[in-house]
Design a protein around this ligand. Sequence first.
Ligand SMILES: Cc1cc2nc3c(=O)[nH]c(=O)nc-3n(C[C@H](O)[C@H](O)[C@H](O)COP(=O)(O)OP(=O)(O)OC[C@H]3O[C@@H](n4cnc5c(N)ncnc54)[C@H](O)[C@@H]3O)c2cc1C
Length: 506
Amino acid sequence: MPSTKKHIVIIGGGIGGLATAILLAKQGRDVSLYEQLDDLGGKARQFTVDGFRFDMGPSWYLMPKVFEHFYTLIGEDIHKHIKLTRLSPAYKVFFEKNHPIIISGNLTQDAKTFDAVEPGAGKKLEKYIQKAGTTYHTAIDSFLYTNFNAVHKFVQPQILKSGPFMARVATQSIDSYVSSYFQDNRLKQIMEYPMVFLGASPYNAPALYHLMSYMDFEEGVFYPEGGIYSVIESLIKIAKKYGVKLHTNKPVNRIIVEDGKATGIELSNTVIPADIVISNADLHFTETRLLPTQYQSYPEGYWQKRTAGPSALLFYMGIKGSLPQLEHHNLYFSDDWHKNFTDIFDNKTWPRPASMYICKPSATDTSVAPKNHENVFILVPLPAKDMTKSEQNTLTKQYFNQFKQLINEPGLDKRIVYQKTYSPRDFTTDYNAWEGSALGLSHTLKQSALFRPRNKSKKVKNLYYVGGNTIPGVGLPMCLISAELIVKHLSHDKTITPLGTLPEIK
Ligand SMILES: Cc1cc2nc3c(=O)[nH]c(=O)nc-3n(C[C@H](O)[C@H](O)[C@H](O)COP(=O)(O)OP(=O)(O)OC[C@H]3O[C@@H](n4cnc5c(N)ncnc54)[C@H](O)[C@@H]3O)c2cc1C
């Protein structure tokens, strides 16, 4: 007998697509997921070569409670799937001219470090983090887990109480907010760099995102054994357990719309009928390439008026011997911070010198590199625009030289046993990423919270969107929340807090 269950089709197997598939299959839905690449995980994929295992994109495991909540919701014990280590130190920061600063992840210790740089800054750090914690918890309890479809829910006493402060941090830039606490450029950079995680510039991102520093300094920076991909592996395993049909190497060419309703998808030579279609593919691509013009809620004109988050040049390197000057997470900030962001967001030119992030997971996990070798990943944030092969070669040399100068390691060139770079063009080719952006829509005020594209088509019934370009936003934990928001839609749940249990899906 043919199944009478509603068939749900998901386009794209990034973390958002996988998480949505699990939530819906767990509720008894018939779910099929179609991913265009050979592997699942999207930007959180992994590759192995010559005994090295590289996470291709994300490397910071932040907001552990959001991951824990997701696993609890699906009836799984996260600790049976993911073994976490809290990193100590949390990260090391290098500067162009000054000595590096280590952020330990212990607030008392870090306050002393701040005091040594700027007398009195330790107490200010504690006050800053206390406020960041309040905003963080307000966000979890009131803003992140909502589809913004029940305005009266926001007229709650605790939200009203924090109203004036919230109004201030929603309208002021984080750079000006941070400057009201700290004067030293290095300390300001440490409080502002998390904006890059949100694909935003500190000169343009609302001070609301000071909440990010609560994660660094108080909640902790974690590492899942085996790398970030171990999260994806566990989601794949759970998806299979609930019967999700996972198809790779299946690019979707079109969302079929009949009488204003999504009725399926088209692959290269097959039509897959569906009762509900959920796209986890890049939202710009979904809207402008998979749908006919009359059914686009966010047509090309919408995107032309929006700000893309940065792209990046990524280096994956296997290095013989050790690099003791690097911790697990390392950041390098160029002195002219303002110019660095102006180059990326306004002038759209390749920054020289560039700020960069260097990850050495072999500091924590011996399984990511052969014995006596280091696994090194470098991320150079760049403007979201195409990079030719010749530009890629020139910039690879230039940024690698910058890295060499930074770590000052004799004979490094001869010790590189593996090197591969990944450019903005690769983001476009692999993920259909809008403007080759690594992160999608930047989290400026006008592109945050209720101003971000919604996760439900305004023009096509039964068509939904999940992932970093929709609400609540960029990052692995946000994409898990995004999946939960789809369930809220399908179950007509208008609550603003995390779900206690999985509701029945209508
Ligand atoms: C370099 C980098 C570093 C990052 N660092 C961090 C970090 O440290 N911590 C953190 O939390 N987050 C980080 N992020 C952000 C995080 O990785 C993303 O927000 C998240 O992985 C996006 O997931 P997603 O569900 O939106 O889908 P994506 O990962 O974008 O996946 C979408 C999938 O859809 C597929 N697809 C596209 N078009 C089609 C089609 N036509 N047919 C079928 N399939 C299609 C794509 O191939 C892809 O697999 C980083 C991102 C990058 C790129």
